[in-house]
Design a protein around this ligand. Structure first.
Ligand code: BGC
Length: 434
C-alpha cells in the first residue's frame, strides 16, 4: 500500500516536471514526420525511470495460460502502471452466436439448401489457445445447441470432419422455425494454422473451404468464422458464389462492405475504443494523472467514454471494450473501421502533454484485423495523444522475432505489447527487468 503510494507520488512528480520541461519542441501535429522521428530517436526516452517502472500495456492478447485461460496476474500487475486492453470476449461471442441463430430463423425457407432437414455449418477456428477464439467457438456452439460440456464449460476443440454427426466434441443441436424442426450440425471445424505455425490464417481457411466444399458442399448451409480475415477468405473462395451466408468477427472494412454482397454479418469489437484505451492508459501514466482521465472522467479537451462502450475490471487490471453486431440492418454505420471514435477525438495540448516515445508491436504484421483496422486506428490516436510510436511488426510465429527488436528499452518512455502467445509475457518483462 505504502510502496504503491510512494511510487504513484513519484510518478506524479516526474510527470509534472517532464511536462513542464517539454521534449525538444516537437509539435503535436508533425510528431510522426521523418525528421522529427530522428530527432526523437537521438534524444531517446525523456524519462529516467528504470525500464521496469515504465508504463506498460498489453493489448489484444491477454497474458494468460493458453490451455486453461487463467489470467497471468503477475504480468498484468508487472508494475503500478500496467494494464491490459482488449474487449469483452464472452459478450461478443454470445452476440455472434445470437446473430447467426437469428439469421437462420429469419431466413429459414432458403437456408436448408438440399432440403434434408439438417442445417449444416462449418467453423473456422483462429487459435485454439487464444481466449477470443475459444470464446467465439463456444458462443456459436451454445447458440446453435451443438456444444457439449467439458470441465464445466463448452468444449471448444475442433472436430475435424463430422458429416455423420458422430464427433464427441460437439452434438447435434436443433432449431425450430417456420413451423418445422431442423437438426443443426457442425459438419467440420479446424484451427486455421499454416505450416509454419501462423494462426488465424486466412489462406488456410480459404483452402479448407475448398476441401470441405468439394467433398460435402451441398450439405453446407452456413459458414462461420472466428474472424473476418478467415471469413472473407472463405466467402471469396466459395460461399459468395454459392449464396451461402458467412459470418465473421471484427467488422474489418472489406467484411462490412461484403454484407451488401451476401456476407451474413460480423461483430465490431469496438477497435476504435480499444486503440484509444491502449494509448490512453500510457498517456495518463506518463502524465502522472489518474488512470481514469479521458476514460470515465472527461479530460480538459473533453475526451470521455460512456459506460456502454467499455468496462474496467480492477481485479484483472483490464479494460474491455463492448461489442456490437453488424448486419444488413446497420452495416452502413460501420463502413470505416479506421475512424477515431468521436467522443475521444480531441487533440491533447502539447504544452501539458509533451511528446513521449513508445515502443509498440503488432504480433503479426499480416493479420487482417490488426493491420487493416487496429494499427491504422493507433496511428490516428498517437497524433491526438502526442505519442511518438515506433511500430514493430512481428511474423506471427516467433516471439523472439519481436523481442529481438526490443534491444534497447531505455530509449522509450512506455511500452505496448501484443504477444504471439498469451503465455509468453515473461519474455518481454524479462527484458524490462534487466
Ligand atoms: C481478432 C482476430 C485477430 C486476433 C489476433 C482477435 O481479437 O478478432 O481477428 O486475428 O485478435 O490476436
Amino acid at each position: 500500500m505504502n510502496k504503491k503510494f510512494v511510487s504513484l507520488t513519484m510518478a506524479a512528480l516526474l510527470g509534472f516536471s517532464l511536462a513542464a520541461c517539454g521534449s525538444g519542441g516537437d509539435s503535436a501535429g508533425d510528431a510522426d514526420t521523418a525528421g522529427d522521428a530522428k530527432q526523437e530517436e537521438s534524444a531517446g526516452a525523456s524519462s529516467d525511470l528504470a525500464n521496469k517502472d515504465k508504463p506498460l500495456v498489453w493489448f489484444n492478447r491477454q497474458p494468460s495460460n493458453s490451455s486453461t485461460g487463467e489470467l497471468d496476474m503477475s504480468a498484468l500487475s508487472f508494475n503500478d502502471d500496467t494494464y491490459y486492453v482488449g474487449f469483452d470476449a464472452n459478450q461478443g461471442a454470445e452476440l455472434q452466436g445470437t446473430m447467426v441463430k437469428d439469421y437462420l430463423e429469419a431466413n429459414i425457407e432458403k437456408i436448408d439448401r438440399n432440403g434434408d432437414g439438417v442445417i449444416g455449418y462449418v467453423l473456422a477456428i483462429g487459435d485454439i489457445g487464444h481466449n477470443d477464439s475459444i470464446a467465439r467457438t463456444r458462443g456459436i456452439r451454445k447458440a446453435l445447441g451443438t456444444g457439449v460440456e467439458k470441465d464445466g464449460d463448452i468444449n471448444s476443440e475442433p472436430v475435424g470432419t463430422n458429416t455423420d454427426g458422430s464427433a464427441s466434441a460437439v452434438q447435434d443441436g436443433s432449431i425450430e422455425a417456420g413451423g418445422k424442426k431442423y437438426v443443426v450440425r457442425e459438419l467440420a471445424s479446424q484451427e486455421m494454422k499454416n505450416s509454419v505455425g501462423a494462426t488465424w490464417d486466412a489462406a488456410t481457411a480459404g483452402n479448407a473451404i475448398g476441401t470441405w466444399s468439394s467433398s460435402f458442399g451441398e450439405e453446407i448451409d452456413v459458414v462461420v468464422s472466428n474472424n473476418d480475415g478467415m471469413g472473407m477468405s472463405m466467402f471469396n473462395a466459395w460461399s459468395k458464389d454459392n449464396d451461402v451466408p458467412t459470418f465473421g468477427y471484427d467488422a474489418n472494412n472489406d467484411a462490412v462492405a461484403a454484407i451488401a454482397d451476401g456476407y451474413g454479418g460480423t461483430i465490431s469489437q469496438h477497435a476504435d475504443v480499444q486503440a484509444y484505451l491502449t494509448l490512453r492508459v500510457l498517456r495518463n501514466a506518463l502524465d502522472g494523472v489518474d488512470v481514469d482521465t479521458g476514460i470515465g472522467t472527461a479530460d480538459e479537451a473533453g475526451n470521455v467514454l460512456s459506460e456502454d462502450v467499455y468496462v474496467y475490471k480492477a481485479d484483472e487490471r483490464s479494460y474491455y471494450a463492448l461489442n456490437v453486431a453488424v448486419t444488413a440492418e446497420n452495416y452502413e454505420e460501420f463502413t470505416d473501421s479506421t475512424k477515431v471514435y468521436e467522443p475521444v477525438s480531441a487533440q491533447l495540448d502539447e504544452s501539458s502533454h509533451a511528446t513521449k516515445k513508445v515502443w509498440l508491436d503488432i504480433y503479426n504484421a499480416s493479420d487482417n484485423f490488426l493491420s487493416s483496422t487496429y494499427q491504422p486506428l493507433l496511428q490516428n490516436y498517437d497524433d491526438l495523444l502526442n505519442l511518438d510510436i515506433e511500430y514493430i511488426g512481428g511474423d506471427g510465429q516467433t516471439e523472439s522475432n519481436i523481442t529481438n527488436r526490443l534491444g534497447n528499452p531505455g530509449q522509450y518512455d512506455a511500452f505496448a505489447i501484443n504477444m504471439v502467445k498469451t503465455d509468453n509475457a515473461a519474455s518481454y518483462t524479462a527484458l524490462l527487468n534487466q
